[in-house]
Ligand binder design. Structure first.
Ligand code: SF4
Length: 388
């Protein structure tokens, strides 16, 4: 067993950049190709993982997350090879969580057993909606019956299952969303990610939105939809442990908790970001975004890193606040000081903090700063004013 220092445990993110088609709302680093260069990207990911492990040294690996793009388009033996190598170069935790994002098209559903065999123990299925019109609007490649069939296979195949839905869609009202959500919740996932539709710059939806062809629900409706979401999830035993994520106790995504708790995570693959402790210093890393250029750099240099900079104390404090206040558990002041070198209270504007406590947006709870439900509803505006 490799020697482990008293370092932060490590979460590993692996980015697969290819999709069958580009969804009109999506601003992720995802690309459509006639032919996916499977062998080239398998070699490049394995090479970059070896390089990352070489510089990080022995670490306790707590989670692996295959994200994208559409990682269910990877060949299962590539997934198996990456898991096997990650567990060899790091020390894998006894309860290592291995998540793979998948889409519910029939081709991908047919490979779910192979991904389980490869070592994936948690599936995150991109259902997005159970309404046929909404699936068309969102430009998805699967139908509602395909989503239900994939969910059934996934539930029988993986010990842990999550799926995503997008709400606050054009024309959607509270009763319609409650009905869709009820159907989703009866499918008994242990985890749900429920995102409000947002218009991201540079997407096809941004163009339509600018032309007035897409109109999102107004602020009051969006808030009512959010509240209805919380209530419905709670009725089925899923707690909102993060702004958009709901889980049964113990079924929270350990990998995503690493981001929100501002733990160390390494990111490999095109465009992947990381925050890793190297030589006692927290370093921000970013890989080249364009898939083929990234693969060429990896073939040439062993890695596709384009940015590698120490994170200044003020940025660490800001980032940890932005992430941590999304969590229902809030931010532990002791860990905040240890991780950033800054006292939590000193990172906040005292007047804004006092007002936010008065308005029941924030509270101190046994050494933790916690955003209350009303605060989480307006978290972006609150953070903009609060963080110095
Ligand atoms: S499948 Fe996912 S990553 Fe790919 S384009 Fe659609 S939303 Fe983006």
């Amino acid at each position: 067993m490799p020697y482990l220092s008293a370092m932060e445990p490590l979460a590993l993110y692996i980015h697969w950049p290819f999709c069958l088609a580009k969804c009109p709302y999506c601003d992720f680093n995802s690309h459509v190709r006639d032919q996916i260069p499977q062998a080239q990207f398998r070699d490049a990911l394995l090479t970059e993982l070896a390089w990352e492990a070489g510089r990080l040294g022995p670490r306790l690996l707590t989670s692996i997350f295959f994200g994208g793009g559409t990682p269910s388009l990877m060949q299962p033996d590539t997934v198996a090879a990456l898991i096997e190598q990650a567990c060899r170069v790091f020390q894998s935790a006894a309860d290592l969580e291995v998540t793979l994002e998948a889409n519910p098209t029939s081709v991908e559903a047919a490979r779910l057993a192979d991904f389980r065999q490869a070592g994936v123990n948690r599936l995150s299925l991109g259902v997005q909606s159970l309404d046929p019109d909404a699936l068309r609007l969102l430009g998805r490649q699967h139908s509602a019956p395909q989503a239900l069939a994939a969910l059934e296979i996934a539930r029988a195949t993986f010990p842990r299952l999550s799926f995503d839905l997008i709400y606050a869609r054009p024309g959607q009202d509270v009763p319609a969303w409650q009905g869709e959500l009820r159907t989703a919740l009866t499918l008994a996932p242990d985890h749900l990610s429920l995102y409000q539709l947002t218009i991201e710059p540079g997407t096809a939806f941004a163009t339509k939105h600018a032309r007035g062809e897409i109109v999102l629900p107004d602020g009051d409706t969006a808030a009512a939809l959010y509240t209805a979401t919380d209530e419905a999830a709670a009725r089925f035993g899923l707690a909102a442990y993060e702004v958009s994520n709901y889980a049964r106790p113990g079924a929270e995504s350990r990998h995503n908790l690493a981001y929100w708790r501002y733990a160390d995570y390494a990111g490999i693959g095109p465009g992947a970001h990381g925050r890793v402790t190297v030589g006692g210093e927290l370093v921000a890393t970013r890989r080249h975004r364009a898939p083929e250029a990234w693969a060429e750099r990896v073939a040439r240099d062993g890695h596709g890193t384009v940015e590698q900079t120490a994170v200044p104390a003020g940025d660490k404090a800001r980032e940890m606040l932005l992430m941590g206040l999304r969590l229902a558990e809030g931010i532990d002041a002791t860990r905040f000081a240890a991780r950033t070198g800054i006292d939590l209270a000193a990172a906040l504007d005292p007047d804004v903090l006092a007002q936010a406590q008065e308005a029941n947006y924030l509270r101190w709870d046994h050494g933790r700063l916690v955003a209350l439900p009303e605060g989480r509803l307006r978290l972006d505006a609150l953070l903009a004013a609060l963080v110095r």
